[in-house]
Write a new protein. Structure first.
Length: 264
């Protein structure tokens, strides 16, 4: 399901699955809009031309033998006189498999974030602000949920100040929030995200960063990993660093970096 803007741009605002049942001959299909009245009114000129909300649907009807796809026009300007075209082709995969590949709600969320569509709170660093969806923050990040509740930050004009974090780290953290993945991770990014995830109690992110640090430990960074793991009382990472150091003790224990670590 798409919302059509005044410029004819399609914005995803929902994807739904309905399974047939033998008990119901004419099922009632209900589509819940991921749209908020306040946001629509705030962007009335873009989303409500002439006070009209225009939605577009793409529907796929599938059986175990074939698939039927109805294609709608690309702009709401020619919707009334359009005749949908219907195409059929052999449906080679079972319905269950087809359903799995259709439900890409994470992709929809990421697209909404990139378009700043219905983002209702800002994560503010000292140099940049990141509009995000407060609902997702509340669900995924416990500490941010608490901060939102205490500060009552529920509009685009307010936000959460996290000026102790740099913009690049927050950007990667937000992308992880929407995708559950970490792309283009390097040593510095992993170290920064590890500290952030510990401070804000993002357990899954901390686990990913810890795994990256373990896989990329060497004689030049094992000191930093051991010191950082000790500060955050991460016993698993402490153990991994200690095991690596014990295997390379002849090279490590005589280094200046090790002596500096002992002084800390």
């Amino acid at each position: 399901m798409f919302l059509l803007t005044t410029a004819g741009k399609r914005i995803k605002c929902g994807r739904y699955q309905f399974l047939p049942t033998a008990k119901v001959t004419y099922p009632q299909w209900v589509f819940t809009l991921s749209l908020f009245q306040r946001n629509l009114k705030d962007n009335k000129s873009q989303y409500l031309p002439n006070d009209v909300l225009t939605l577009q649907y793409e529907m796929e009807f599938s059986t175990r033998m074939e698939r039927v796809k109805i294609s709608e026009p690309d702009s709401h300007q020619n919707l009334p006189g359009a005749i949908p075209s219907v195409t059929t082709d052999n449906f080679l995969h079972p319905v269950e498999k087809y359903t799995e590949t259709s439900l890409s709600w994470k992709d929809d969320l990421l697209l909404m974030y990139k378009d700043s569509f219905f983002c209702d709170v800002n994560l503010k660093t000292s140099s940049k602000s990141f509009p995000v969806h407060s609902l997702l923050l509340r669900i995924e990040f416990t500490v941010f949920n608490y901060m939102l509740t205490v500060n009552d930050c529920e509009s685009l004009n307010e936000g959460l100040c996290i000026e102790d974090l740099d913009a690049d780290t927050v950007h990667k953290m937000v992308l992880y929030l929407y995708t559950d993945t970490l792309d283009d991770l390097d040593w510095e990014s992993a170290k920064n995200l590890y500290c952030v995830s510990n401070k804000y109690e993002i357990t899954s992110l901390q686990h990913l960063c810890s795994s990256f640090l373990k896989e990329n430990i060497d004689t030049t960074n094992c000191y930093d990993i051991l010191y950082m793991a000790g500060r955050h009382q991460d016993h698993n990472l402490i153990s991994a660093a200690q095991c690596f150091i014990s295997r390379h003790d002849e090279e490590i224990l005589v280094s200046d970096a090790w002596r500096n670590l002992e002084e800390k």
